[in-house]
Structures are given as structure tokens and as C-alpha cells.
Design a protein around this ligand. Structure first.
Ligand code: CAA
Length: 402
């Protein structure tokens, strides 16, 4: 019997690489410079007044940040999802409200039309938003249906000649609603079919029958304007329907998968800002004759904050990667998006909470941005699906049980 030789093979792969590409590093450094120089100084003013920061949003439009993943032929920057989350983190680290506006334009509005729109719709409705000329929004939530998104009541009835739909109903909590020129709207075309009767439309807010409610006063992200909107016999031409009749709920959900990656990246940005301020403060603030950063109770906070932020960013990059892969594979990235959103948003809240505690009275004061990070962080656990909804989505996908 011959001697059996065992061979150990080492498989190398070029796919596992935690280093950002040169292009991504340049983007990160340019956007960081812009955000720190142009947004940080104005953020407290907009937070206090609740005014929409149109001036900085226009500048971001000129930089391509309102259409990051939109191909250049449609007015965008033609970058990828990793670029999008890098931008979201940098803008959010400067001011969460600005990043909310970036996120809705990019991953809810543009993404919906780029994925489901016709060529004409892309040209007419994506170009002006991707270039930052006008603002886009996304209207799903209604006064009686937040988490239960399939329970919407806004109605869209096809006219007898089949040329247009007549829309009646109300939508609430519409981010960028007070300033949006165009809105992706979800309405019932066959209410008896519940979620299977939902259809998506593109709305021009300058047309008759569109009504804006008052801007909502909010705890955080105060410069990102939010309002209720209503439709009173609003007519939408058939060519402005997005996708097919009855496809709306799936459009809403799949677009939210992309949106949740953006909110996860926003959460990392808020957490990073709160963390960096806390590290600095722990070195400068003395108590009992030494920097507070030397006390174990502060060290524990710093260690937990840093570890959770790093873990969140990895989940965000993983979800962004899965979304990029899905262009080739067609696979959904619902699980990765929900895990990133869940963990990163709870991290943002945890870190902002610890940051206030580390800063003590100064964390509670309006003199520093720490209390703003704390107020802003909370929304990330609520919008684009609460933490409870993310856990529900994850557990259902893992168990297969409904
Ligand atoms: N992608 C594609 N299709 C999806 C999907 C996804 N991610 N998730 C569900 N679907 C499909 C299902 O496959 C199913 O298809 P069939 O009818 O062919 O079987 C259909 O949609 C219905 O799905 P479910 O049975 O899972 O629906 P459900 O009623 O149980 O609801 C839910 C699921 C996860 C709870 C969903 O309603 C949800 O995500 N709720 C939260 C809503 C939300 O996030 N709202 C945020 C508002 S927007 C916002 O916040 C914007 C802002 O301000 C910035």
C-alpha cells in the first residue's frame, strides 16, 4: 500500500478586502471636508429655527450628492452604494437633518424611479432631483397606518376614459413634504385586495388638488421638514403611474430596503460624532485630579461605544455590498438592510446617551451639539421601520414563520 499523502490547500480570495478603494477614500475625504466646513457651522442655527437648509442642499446637489447612485446620463454622480453610505455617514456626522434630506432623495425617491420607472419618468423626474434643482419625497405612511403599511386608505380611481387616476386621501409624516416638488405616492387602486391593491404614482406637488398641512414640530432632525399632505380629487395622468397596478406594496418594501441602509449609515454618522466628542472631552475634563478618561467607568463607555460603532459600520458596508451584488444576482437584501438598520440605530441611541452622560451638565447644554445628537439619534429607531419592525422582518426571514 502506497503512502497516502495529505495536502493542505490554502485558498486565497481577493473578495475579502476591508480597505476602501482610492476613489472611495477621495470621496470620503472631500465630503468630510465639505460637511465639517459648510454644514457643522450652520447646523445649530437650522436646528434652532427648524428652517429647511436649502442653501447647503443646493451645494450638495452641485457636488452630485443628491443623485449618488444615479447614472450621469440622468444627472447623477454614477457612483455605487458603498459611495452612498460613505456620504451618508459623513453628512450625518456633521448634521443628521441634512443627511435625512440626502437619504430620502437618494434611496427612496431616485432609487424607486430608477428601479421601476420608464425611460420618460427617469428623464422627467429623476434628473431635476439628482441635480439638486428640486426635492423629492416618499409618501407611504397615513394617520392610521405606520408600521402596518399594507393598511393604507388613500384611494386612486381610474377615470372612465382610462387617461388618469383621481386621488383622494391623507398621508402623514412626509419627510421633505413641505418643500418637495415631486413625491412617490402609494395609494389603493383595489382596496378589497389589501396590500395587493396598492399602486405607486409620481406626484407633482404644484398641481391642483394637492394640499400641504402644517410642518410638524419635532424632537430632532428639526431642519428636515416633515408635514402631512392631502389629496382632493388630484388627477394623475396614467403615464405617471410607477410600475403596474397592484405592484405598489412590493415597490414600497423593496425601496425601503435601500432606504434602511441609508438610515443605518446615518446612524453610524451620528454615533461617530457623539463618540469623537466624548473621547476628546474625556481627555480634557479633569475630576479628582485626573482626566475623566482615566476612570474605568468612562473607559468602559468609550470601549463599548467604539466597538458598537465599528460593528455597525461593518453591517452597513455588508448591506451596501449585498445591494450592489443584487444587481447581478437579483437577490433581495432585506435581511442585511434590516440588521444594519436595527443595530446601527440602537448603537446611535446608545452612543448618544453615553455621550450626554460623559459630558455631564455640558451634555445637557445647548452650548455643545451633544444634546442635538441625542435628540437626532432617536428618530433612527423609528422611521423607515421601527426597531420592532426590523426584528420582525429579521426573525420572519430566519424562521420562515409568519
Ligand atoms: N421586497 C420585496 N417584496 C416584499 C418585501 C421586500 N422587502 N417585503 C415584503 N414583500 C412582499 C412579500 O413577499 C409579500 O408578497 P406576496 O403578497 O406576493 O406574498 C407582500 O410584499 C406582503 O408582504 P408581508 O406579508 O410581509 O406584509 P405585511 O403586511 O406582513 O407587512 C411589514 C410587512 C414588514 C410589517 C411591512 O409592512 C413594513 O415594513 N412595515 C414598516 C413600514 C415602514 O417602514 N414605514 C416607514 C415609512 S417611510 C419613512 O419612514 C420615510 C421617511 O420618513 C424618511
Amino acid at each position: 500500500m502506497g503512502k497516502k499523502s495529505y495536502e493542505i490547500r490554502i485558498y486565497t480570495t481577493t473578495h475579502m478586502d476591508f480597505e476602501l478603494s482610492e476613489e472611495h477614500k477621495i470621496l470620503q475625504s472631500e465630503v468630510r471636508k465639505f460637511a465639517q466646513n459648510e454644514i457643522v457651522p450652520v447646523a445649530p442655527k437650522y436646528d434652532a429655527s427648524g428652517e429647511f437648509p436649502m442653501e447647503t442642499i443646493k451645494k450638495m446637489g452641485e457636488m452630485g450628492l443628491m443623485g449618488i447612485e444615479v447614472p450621469e446620463e440622468y444627472g447623477g454622480a454614477g457612483m455605487d452604494t458603498l459611495a452612498y453610505v460613505i456620504v451618508m455617514e459623513e453628512i450625518a456626522a456633521a448634521d443628521a437633518a441634512h443627511s435625512t434630506i440626502v437619504s430620502v432623495n437618494n434611496s427612496l425617491y431616485n432609487h424607486a424611479i430608477m428601479k421601476y420607472g420608464t425611460e420618460e419618468q427617469k428623464k422627467k423626474y429623476v434628473v431635476p432631483v439628482a441635480t439638486g434643482e428640486v426635492i423629492g419625497a416618499y409618501a407611504l405612511t397615513e394617520p392610521q397606518s405606520g408600521s402596518d403599511a399594507g393598511n393604507i386608505k388613500t384611494k386612486a380611481e381610474l377615470s372612465d376614459d382610462g387617461e388618469y387616476y383621481v386621488i383622494n386621501g391623507r398621508k402623514s409624516w412626509i419627510t421633505s413634504g413641505p418643500v418637495a416638488k415631486y413625491i412617490i405616492l402609494f395609494a389603493q387602486t383595489q382596496p378589497e385586495l389589501k396590500h395587493k391593491g396598492v399602486t405607486a404614482f409620481i406626484i407633482d406637488t404644484e398641481k391642483e388638488g394637492f394640499i400641504r398641512g402644517k410642518t410638524e414640530p419635532k424632537l430632532g432632525i428639526r431642519a428636515s421638514a416633515t408635514c402631512e399632505i392631502a389629496f382632493n380629487n388630484y388627477k394623475v395622468p396614467i403615464e405617471d403611474r410607477l410600475g403596474e397596478e397592484g405592484q405598489g406594496f412590493k415597490i414600497a418594501m423593496s425601496v425601503l430596503d435601500a432606504g434602511r441602509i441609508g438610515i443605518a449609515a446615518q446612524s453610524v454618522g451620528i454615533a461617530r460624532a457623539a463618540y469623537e466628542a466624548s473621547v476628546q472631552y474625556s481627555k480634557e475634563r479633569y475630576a479628582f485630579g485626573q482626566p475623566i478618561g482615566k476612570f474605568q467607568m468612562i473607559q468602559q463607555k468609550i470601549a463599548d461605544m467604539k466597538t458598537r460603532i465599528e460593528a455597525s459600520r461593518l453591517l452597513v458596508y455588508n448591506a451596501a455590498w449585498k445591494k450592489m451584488q443584487s444587481k447581478k444576482t437579483g437577490e433581495r437584501y432585506t435581511l442585511e438592510a434590516s440588521m444594519a438598520k436595527l443595530f446601527a440605530s440602537e448603537t446611535a441611541m446608545f452612543v448618544a446617551h453615553q455621550a450626554v452622560q460623559i459630558h455631564g451638565g455640558m451634555g445637557y447644554s445647548k452650548e455643545l451639539p451633544i444634546e442635538r445628537y441625542f435628540r437626532d439619534a432617536k428618530i433612527t429607531e423609528i422611521y423607515e421601520g421601527t426597531s420592532e419592525i426590523q426584528r420582525y422582518v429579521i426573525a420572519r426571514l430566519e424562521t420562515g414563520l409568519k
